[in-house]
Design a protein around this ligand. Structure first.
Ligand code: B4P
Length: 191
């Protein structure tokens, strides 16, 4: 099994790239953002509790996303591995994932970090706001908060990746196809 972390600031293209990478390498795409938005759309109790947090651009509690991921890992068959998109977002989540995979005789094989400057991130999310209908894309102040939360709580996970010798930096600016090619060059070294 191959386990890849797709990492980067909000709007860096994690979701965009994960979908096509999952197809190419027969990986299960696990996006905690998509899972949470599905809870919101279905109007579940959990979704209702998370709605305000997400609309403000804050992170939902670690135990919520950790439990979601564990459920998906245990119910998956027929895949060559997992691509984790937007998870882990805190050092606590990273440690929980490492333990979770270790308990199942797996490990994190690569952490691909999409590097994109803040001006480009703002531009992309402003564009997405016109089509996504996402509350967290609509307000520039919320987008700024998401970038700040990323720098404060999520970026420290990069050190975790460095220590585990799985960190790879990817230039995340360019066409979607160019970036896809850069990511594949790295994944091909471990598959
Ligand atoms: P996510 O769903 O993960 O949202 P994201 O970071 O904005 O998305 P991503 O980086 O995947 O951007 P995309 O490819 O769409 O999280 C949303 C919220 O859920 C979080 O704020 C948090 O509240 C909560 N949450 C999720 N996971 C959590 C966790 N583990 N712990 C706690 N809370 C959690 O790309 C963005 C746009 O750019 C798209 O419109 C795309 O078309 C465009 N784009 C992509 N690549 C491009 C390129 N090369 N050039 C130009 N445009 C490009």
């Amino acid at each position: 099994m191959v386990n890849i972390l797709m990492f980067g600031p909000p709007g860096s293209g994690k979701g965009t790239q994960s979908v096509t990478l999952a197809e190419k390498y027969n990986l299960l795409h696990l996006s905690t953002g998509d899972m949470l938005r599905a809870e919101l759309a279905a109007g579940t109790e959990l979704g209702k509790r998370m709605e305000k947090i997400m609309a403000a651009g804050e992170l939902v509690p670690d135990d919520v996303v950790i439990a979601m991921i564990a459920n998906k890992i245990d119910s998956t068959t027929g895949k060559a591995g997992f691509i984790f998109d937007g998870f882990p977002r805190t050092v606590e989540q990273a440690e929980a994932l490492q333990t979770m995979l270790g308990d199942r005789s797996m490990k994190i094989d690569q952490m691909l970090v999409l590097e994109v400057n803040d001006a480009e991130l703002m531009e992309r999310m402003k564009k997405r706001a016109q089509i996504s209908g996402r509350a967290d894309d609509a307000d520039p102040a919320v987008i700024n908060n998401r970038i700040e939360v990323y720098r404060a709580k999520t970026e420290p996970v990069i050190d975790f990746g460095r220590k585990a010798s799985v960190y790879r930096s990817i230039d995340g600016v360019g066409s979607i196809d160019e970036i896809f090619g850069r990511l594949c060059d790295h994944i091909d070294t471990i598959i």
